[in-house]
Design a protein around this ligand. Structure first.
Ligand code: PLP
Length: 367
């Protein structure tokens, strides 16, 4: 059975150009901190990647701070400015929510976007400088958040704005300046790069306090010998993402067909977040009465890989905190799957998904 992979938001398959760049980098023996020729070759490779990653989001290379994951970059953004009050949207990824468990939660609307009036009230109510964290595209629904507006509100109240752009980069044009973000998180493996490498983009003049200490790497902001292969892979993925960005919107046609045909076959199903602009690759489908976990297993048996709710790390399935924050009841928030397309998705993959999903929905109805 050929398998169909529709779980790009969990991790995108490595792009061939990334693999080629990483294989080439395996020939480099040096430590980027060494002054000899080997070390200089390694340093060159790191700095080339830094420039490419910066270019993906319209930043300067010196603003890129490489980390060991998107999760680490989010932790650094939220914990690197002690003394600030932290405000996070209620639909952030766990790596933001758990980084500062006491952070104030900004509510979202039923449609799935952060409530800007509530944000402004929360900013006005508290004393002292704040830091707001708002993602650009939600990992479950794909809903694009009003980051530029949130940044304006934050700045007017003397707050910093951090944006987790992990699920937006490569899918939308992301420009640090236009967003007005002071801090921005990226992760290579959502772009067709390797897992285990991310970046925090830091506005000039800001100095996050290092979480990992014991070396002068990354301008003393993140100690540890650089992950040369990962960083080179990240650079190659960023280049490919920038080159292929004009095609990213084309996935919307595939995604829209998937949703249209699914809803036509099973009118009891719902697409979450569909009333707002979304990234083109993501669909959050609720099938009432059937848990997301059961759906994922049934689809896997049919050779189709998708995710349930927000359970991408521990494998444990709990009601989606994103759908709960949008005001859905526990049963709805437990009956969602996320289908996420990407660079290797085609009409045949959507056909396979629909065949398996429609059969599953009919079985559930008959039962
Ligand atoms: N932020 C968002 C929105 C994500 O979807 C993810 C991964 O699912 C992360 C952060 C974490 O990135 P990483 O897997 O590189 O730690």
């Amino acid at each position: 059975m050929t398998r169909v992979y529709l779980d790009h938001n969990a991790s995108a398959p490595l792009k061939p150009a990334v693999k080629a760049a990483m294989l080439q980098a395996m020939e480099i023996a040096g430590n980027p901190s060494s002054v000899h020729a080997h070390g200089r070759a390694a340093r060159r490779a790191v700095e080339e990647a830094r420039a490419t990653v910066a270019a993906l989001v319209g930043a300067k290379p010196a603003q890129v701070l490489f980390t060991g994951s998107g999760t680490e970059a989010n932790n650094l953004a939220l914990r690197g400015f002690p003394g600030r009050r932290i405000l996070v949207s209620a639909i952030e990824h766990d790596s933001v929510l758990a980084a500062e468990p006491d952070a104030l939660r900004i509510p979202v609307t039923r449609a799935g976007a952060v409530d800007l009036e509530a944000l402004d009230r929360l900013l006005a109510d508290g004393a002292g400088p704040a830091l707001v964290s708002l993602m650009l595209a939600n990992n479950e629904t794909g809903v694009i958040q009003p980051v530029a507006e949130a940044a304006r509100l934050a700045h007017a109240r003397g707050a910093l704005l951090h944006c987790d752009a992990v699920q937006a980069a490569g899918r939308l044009p992301v420009e640090l300046g236009a967003l007005g973000a002071d801090l921005l998180t990226l992760s290579a493996h959502k772009l067709g790069g390797p897992a285990g490498v991310g970046a925090l983009l830091v506005a000039e003049g800001l100095e996050p306090e290092a979480l990992i200490r014991g070396g002068g790497q990354e301008r003393r902001r993140r100690a540890g010998t650089e992950n040369l292969l990962g960083i080179v892979g990240f650079g190659a993925a960023a280049r490919a993402a920038r080159d292929e960005l004009p095609l990213a919107g084309d996935l919307a046609a595939l995604r829209d067909r998937l949703e249209r045909e699914a809803l036509a076959a099973a009118p009891q199903a719902r697409v979450m977040g569909a009333t707002l602009p979304r990234v083109a690759n993501t669909s959050c489908l609720v099938l009432p009465g059937l848990s997301g976990e059961t759906q994922v297993m049934a689809l896997d048996l049919a050779g189709v890989a998708v995710s349930a709710g927000s359970a991408c790390s521990s494998g444990k399935v709990k009601p989606s905190h994103v759908l709960s924050a949008m005001g859905e009841d526990a049963s709805t928030a437990s009956s969602a799957i996320r289908v996420s397309l990407g660079w290797d998705s085609d009409e045949a993959a959507v056909d396979r998904f629909l065949e398996a999903w429609i059969a599953m929905a009919r079985r559930a109805r008959a039962a």
